[in-house]
Design a protein around this ligand. Structure first.
Ligand SMILES: Cc1ncc(COP(=O)(O)O)c(C=O)c1O
Length: 492
């Protein structure tokens, strides 16, 4: 990394503005502290409030070119190896929304990995793009969805001759990483860009022992949730344009899409945190990640030593849809003990105030940051797991339990946008078969949407969702979480 990466131009400009104690004849109304509620002042501290300034502040975002804001984005592009980077203040969700709007300039069809984040589906609603969904591989043992294989992507693209892009997710929540190099080749051979939702992989650019990150593997537009593991403030993220995107994705088009999807008052603390997190990753990422990964190796071994528990790790690589494994998650396989992930999560909270990122029937996911110093949380998790496992005992048949495959998703009768915006009504689930859904239904596990807006509901799918709920699973996206009713399109 270059010496430039030691610098934090935006953060420095922000601090300098606060230090000068300027006349703040601008928003926000708390005026850097004096106008704030005393409770807020005490909780956040005067320092944080003094750094909360509006966009277009002279010497920070505007003034001499390139402004500290522009310099900070350039440093981020350099650190991740992008042609251009945009700071996002509405999360990776904004990155997905902007990606869809940018792509819609090129045409109306797109290939999308089916287990996309809800913000990708929202992006289809906003952009009006018509999706051809490509199914991820489902792990038959763990009951979780992995990534796309190149064969699946090739089939989906061949079935969608006018596709403007292929839009995939890697890594998954559980740490499975796709073969982005091959997926990029498949897309580029057909003249379309590869969009990668790498929300969970912003750290992967900073350590050679981690799986190759998407930009380096040839992706053209990468959505990166910097706050998740790299450690900027919650809600801050980045969107990266690849050097190879060329004519396939217009830089100006992305720029306008980013502007359209964000507030005109981006929070300076979020932006400053992106600048700082980039420096930490670029300058110290290797060392921090080395320590965190070493500590996680130990934590994994301790969990495996608990009777009935196992962990997800490198052994997953090579299974269908898993090219490599990102170790910055500690995913615990709980099938061998007599409690599901749904039962264990509250138990762990009660035992050790353990608060997990995610849990499903078979797997619990604890997320670790790039710079966990010493990793005391890992031993807390291990101790609480040991207590919980002792309490519930073993489940002799649990590890062999497998999941019934979900029925195929229904025909796309209209675009997600048409279904979302069209006239709708709520009907009893028992009368919903044959109707067009106006909302999503995604059962967990394995988290692949069973129904998306615009798709025709089938009796098999409705029965499958109901059955998952009866088994203790959950459904996301539904306005009625118990699926007594479903929101459907009113067809004339
Ligand atoms: C794959 C994926 N993409 C996008 C997002 C949205 O990220 P953010 O919360 O930063 O908006 C998430 C959030 O969990 C995600 O898992």
């Amino acid at each position: 990394m270059t010496e430039r990466q030691e610098q934090t131009p935006y953060l420095d400009a922000l601090c300098e503005y606060a230090r000068r104690k300027p006349a703040r004849l601008h928003v926000p109304g708390h005026k850097g502290g004096p106008g704030a509620d005393p409770g807020l002042l005490e909780a956040f501290g005067e320092r944080a409030l003094s750094l909360d300034i509006p966009a277009l502040t002279y010497g920070v975002d505007v003034g001499v070119e390139p402004s500290p804001f522009e310099q900070a984005q350039r440093l981020a592009a350099e650190a991740w190896g992008a042609k251009r980077a945009w700071f996002l203040i509405n999360g990776a969700s904004q990155g997905n929304l902007a990606a869809g709007l940018a792509l819609a300039h090129r045409g109306s069809d797109v290939v999308v990995q089916r287990n996309a984040h809800s913000s990708t589906i929202d992006s289809l609603v906003l952009s009006g793009l018509r999706p051809t969904f490509a199914a991820p591989e489902v792990d038959p043992e763990l009951g979780i969805a992995h990534c796309l294989t190149e064969e699946t992507l090739a089939r989906a693209l061949d079935a969608t001759p006018g596709a403007v892009a292929a839009w995939v997710i890697s890594p998954t929540y559980f740490g499975a990483v796709a073969d982005i190099r091959s997926l990029a080749k498949v897309a580029h051979l057909r003249g379309v860009p590869l969009i990668v939702d790498e929300a969970w992989g912003a750290h992967m650019a900073f350590h050679g022992d981690l799986p190759e990150h998407a930009l380096s593997a040839g992706a053209d537009l990468v959505i990166s949730s910097t706050h998740k593991i790299v450690g900027s403030l919650t809600q801050s993220a980045m969107l990266h344009l690849g050097h190879g995107a060329g004519e396939m994705i217009g830089e100006d088009t992305v720029d306008r899409a980013v502007t359209l999807t964000e507030s005109t008052s981006p929070n300076s603390l979020l932006v400053g945190s992106l600048d700082a997190a980039r420096r930490q990753a670029a300058v110290h990422g290797r060392e921090l990640l080395t320590n965190t990964m070493a500590a996680l190796v130990l934590a994994r071994a301790e969990i495996q030593a608990i009777d009935g528990l196992d962990v997800l790790d490198d052994r997953l690589a090579g299974r269908p849809g898993v090219f490599a494994y990102d170790p910055l998650r500690l995913a615990v396989d709980v099938r061998g003990i007599a409690a599901s992930g749904y039962e264990l999560a509250p138990m762990l909270r009660e035992i050790g105030d353990i608060n997990l990122e995610l849990y499903g029937q078979n797997v619990l996911v604890a997320v670790f940051g790039m710079g966990e110093r010493g990793l005391p949380e890992a031993s807390r998790l291990v101790d609480a797991l040991r207590t919980a496992a002792d309490r519930v005992g073993l489940d002799i048949d649990g590890a062999a339990a497998s999941f019934a495959a979900a029925p195929p998703w229904g025909e796309l009768a209209m675009t997600p946008r048409e279904a979302y915006l069209g006239p709708q009504e709520v009907v009893p689930a028992s009368q919903a078969a044959g109707r067009i859904a106006a909302e999503s239904l995604a059962t967990y596990p394995p988290g692949i949407p069973n129904v998306l807006p615009g798709e025709r509901l089938t009796a098999e799918t409705l029965a499958y969702v109901q059955n998952t709920l009866e088994l203790g699973g959950s459904v996301r996206g539904a306005s009625d979480r118990l699926l007594r009713t479903v929101r459907v399109v009113l067809e004339s």
